[in-house]
Design a protein around this ligand. Structure first.
Ligand code: DGI
Ligand code: FE
Ligand code: FE
Ligand code: FE
Length: 187
């Protein structure tokens, strides 16, 4: 699928604000793929589709998580997590994307996971640092992303974990596992 067709499909699914975010994630993912030697076309498609399910009803996402035998533990945590795995499923079944690396990058773009693939890291990070984002600390992560991909992902994970903990929110285990894995194993 080319960029235009993918963007056209995604535009029907999300708000104009989210579409502008998606364009930012797309440009940032392509730049990170170029910088760190990933497939730029896969980075582009994964980014375009990463928030495909963002506005689906919670009941529909719950049903997908259950019927597709995804980790049922997801349902005990913040519903913000659900659009990523539900999105991977819908992008495959509705948009016809079959590439496993692209689908995984969509699946793990919110939570992260242990042993993230290069494309997973790129989309996760691009989602965090795209030009439209204004999180506390995002400029530091943008700078780190120019030099060290793993360290930038660690910083984004750390900021998100802090953010959730400051608000007394639970942190999904995969997010901690992603953080621990990169701290222990990244060079
Ligand atoms: O979909 P986006 O808004 O572009 O961003 P996202 O997919 O990274 O997810 C949005 C939010 O999910 C993020 O701001 C924090 C929230 N969230 C809730 N629980 C968790 C979580 N994020 C992570 N990484 N881990 C959690 O347990
Ligand atoms: Fe998202
Ligand atoms: Fe994210
Ligand atoms: Fe996003």
């Amino acid at each position: 699928m080319n960029r235009e067709e993918a963007l056209r499909l995604v535009k029907t699914q999300i708000t104009e604000h989210r579409y502008q975010h998606t364009l930012g994630v797309m440009e940032t993912s392509i730049a990170l793929a170029e910088r760190y030697g990933a497939d730029q076309k896969k980075a582009e498609l994964a980014a375009i589709f990463h928030d495909y399910a963002k506005f689906r009803a919670k009941d529909e996402m719950k049903e997908i998580i259950a019927s597709q035998k995804m980790n049922p533990n997801l349902l005990a945590f913040n519903s913000e997590l659900w659009h990523a795995p539900a999105g991977a499923y819908l992008v495959e079944t509705e948009a016809g994307v079959t590439d496993r690396e692209i689908l995984d990058a969509i699946r793990y773009h919110t939570s992260g996971k242990v042993k993230m693939a290069l494309l997973d890291k790129i989309v996760f990070l691009a989602d965090y640092i795209e030009p439209g984002r204004a999180f506390q600390g995002v400029d530091e992560v943008r700078n780190t992303a120019k030099e060290n991909l793993d360290l930038a992902v660690i910083e984004a994970l750390r900021n998100t974990i802090f953010f959730l903990m400051k608000r007394n929110q639970a942190v999904y285990p995969d997010t901690f596992e992603a953080y621990n894995d990169l701290i222990l194993n990244s060079k």
